[in-house]
Design a protein around this ligand. Structure first.
Ligand SMILES: Nc1nc2c(ncn2[C@@H]2O[C@H](COP(=O)(O)OP(=O)(O)OP(=O)(O)O)[C@@H](O)[C@H]2O)c(=O)[nH]1
Ligand SMILES: [Mg+2]
Length: 277
């Protein structure tokens, strides 16, 4: 069966490194995207959570609806996870730091592993916790390639590469790529992805943000809407036709980076998002 998931070698290696480290880890911080906390849960959670205490950091909370993030925090609490809603561009890691300090053994530093799928903000969280730009951060998934350690006051933090579930379905992978946590274009055609994402946003009543940003209405087929976006953005080829491939890629990048404002893609009581598209 052809692979539907982007799973380069550094993910398999990172997973093996984390498995080796597990015996020496006191605490795990699992980073998820606040816009879709179920979709972006790490495949490593089931592997470690029984053995290692796990806290959940809901990153990019500035891009999710506040009320929905509160509901996710309550849901996580019910499942036994303390969670923190964070805008990592601003910091706000004080409560998380306090919780780490409370867990520090008296005789040595607390050892913490930060895990999650790609591009959710693991390295940015590490930088906030150690108070300097220590780990490399970037807007495309796959920036961190292996496990490395950073030291803070009373703790050691292991940054790890974003790891996807190589067995997750094509639909889940597609959604993950739309929010920027996988390289969807490795698997499929960007223009097709953009059209599907347009249809998805309209069906969920989430088009408003796009209309506000680019003044393009949700009228016509997704292909026509993509054309209209191309015209609006001036993405024309030499003959005057719209360059739909580059328009598609701008659309997807804009969506992933939160250009269209706050959007929560799933609610705790909903069925898994990938079962609904
Ligand atoms: N708006 C917003 N952007 C964020 C937040 N946290 C991270 N980002 C952005 O998300 C992108 C990824 O951040 P990284 O810290 O490199 O993510 P990572 O999880 O380490 O990614 P990999 O190493 O590729 O797995 C960067 O462009 C950050 O600026 C956040 O809370 N809010
Ligand atoms: Mg990283």
């Amino acid at each position: 069966m052809p692979r539907t998931v982007w799973y380069p070698g550094h993910m398999a290696k990172g997973r093996r490194q984390l498995e080796t480290l597990a015996a020496n880890i006191d605490l795990m911080i699992e980073v998820r995207d606040a816009r879709a906390p179920r979709l972006t849960s790490s495949p490593l959670l089931s592997l470690f959570s029984g053995r290692i205490e796990t806290l959940v950091a809901l990153s990019k909370a500035d891009l999710a609806e506040e009320k929905m993030t509160k509901r996710w925090k309550a849901e996580l609490k019910k499942s036994g996870f303390a969670s923190f809603a964070l805008d990592l561009r601003k910091g706000g890691v004080g409560d998380l730091s306090k919780m780490m300090t409370a867990r520090k053994p008296s005789f040595r530093d607390l050892r913490v592993a930060v895990v999650g799928i790609p591009n959710v903000g693991k390295s940015m969280l590490i930088n906030q916790l150690v108070g300097r730009k220590a780990a490399r951060v970037g807007g495309i998934p796959g920036i961190t390639r292996g496990v490395s350690w950073f030291s803070g006051r009373g703790f050691l933090l292991a940054d790890s590469p974003g790891i996807l579930d190589p067995h997750s379905g094509a639909k889940a992978h597609k959604l993950i790529s739309w929010i920027g946590s996988s390289r969807g274009q490795v698997i499929g055609d960007t223009e097709e992805h953009a059209k599907e994402c347009i249809a998805f946003l309209i069906a969920r009543g989430l088009w408003q943000g796009v209309e506000k940003a680019w003044n393009v209405k949700a009228e016509g087929t997704p292909a026509e809407i993509l054309e209209n976006i191309g015209v609006r953005l001036g993405r024309l080829k030499s003959g005057g036709a719209v360059d739909t491939a580059s328009t598609g890629s701008i659309f997807l990048e804009s969506f992933a980076s939160g250009r269209f404002g706050r959007m929560s893609l799933e609610a705790p009581e909903d069925p898994p998002l990938w079962e609904t598209i």
